[in-house]
Design a protein around this ligand. Structure first.
Ligand code: ADP
Length: 229
């Protein structure tokens, strides 16, 4: 297995961020840390924090920075992330989160910030047709439904539309992306960490583009003298 990496994945909602982040994490043998998944799990478990997060998520609003940062800091402190690395998915989403992450990791603590670039009209089509399994989170599209009656091919769970994939919430999420998360591209570019990958096309092709880009960055870092990393 290839040795670990410390990456984060950026991209508009519907850019394929989650799917690709899972694959990259598996490839490098590091944990996939998705703030959206953590919040949904907490909401399903009906913890106090989960129920609070759910209120924001349902409307397509961002969960407040202090809550998100606390959750991520706790997760990054676990042995697997410390020893092997991680793929962060859905974090950071605001300038404050990005700055806090830099503080948590220290200089040289991140190998790359990968932006999966997809035009807005494409993500709108993907999101409005997206359906997910209520139990395992597997995703489908109205044009590519499960084999039987909207029951998940994997575990038979109900396949439904996420509350935040309804039209009003989609609009709000993309607007927030533009305002809050888009500017992070400049932030990471300034740190020399930004890698932009074309996210249009087959999943496998996009995945290979990401791997190529990440490997290029890693080789460069491994060969650079320590002071320049
Ligand atoms: P998407 O990228 O498709 O919106 P996610 O699963 O990443 O989906 O996130 C779902 C929701 O969880 C977001 O709309 C937001 O309410 C909340 N959330 C996830 N990550 C963050 C974050 N870093 N900061 C604030 N809110 C977040």
């Amino acid at each position: 297995m290839t040795s670990g990496v410390r990456l984060l994945v950026l991209g508009k909602q519907g850019a394929g961020k989650g799917t690709q982040a899972v694959r990259i994490a598996r490839h490098y043998g590091v944990p996939h840390i998705s703030t959206g998944d953590m919040f949904r799990a907490a909401a399903a478990a009906r913890t106090q924090f989960g129920l609070k997060a759910k209120e924001f998520m349902k409307r397509g609003e961002l969960v407040p920075d202090d809550i998100v940062i606390g959750v991520v800091a706790e997760r990054l402190a676990k042995d697997d992330a410390v020893d092997d690395g991680f793929v962060l998915d859905g974090f950071p989403r605001t300038r404050m989160q990005a700055e806090e992450l830099q503080r948590l990791l220290g200089p040289g603590g991140l190998d790359a910030a990968v932006d999966i670039d997809v035009p807005t009209d494409v993500v709108l089509r993907r999101l409005s047709g997206r359906r997910v399994c209520r139990t395992c989170g597997a995703t489908y599209h109205v044009e590519k439904p499960p084999k039987v009656d909207w029951l998940c091919d994997r575990d038979g769970g109900d396949v439904v539309q996420r509350e935040d994939d309804k039209p009003e919430a989609i609009g709000r999420r993309l607007e927030l992306y533009e305002q809050e998360t888009g500017p992070l591209l400049d932030f990471y570019e300034g740190l020399g960490l930004l890698v932009i990958v074309d996210g249009v096309g087959e999943l496998d092709d996009v995945f290979n583009r990401i791997l190529d880009a990440v490997e290029t960055v890693r080789q460069f870092r491994l060969s650079a003298p320590r002071g320049q990393r």
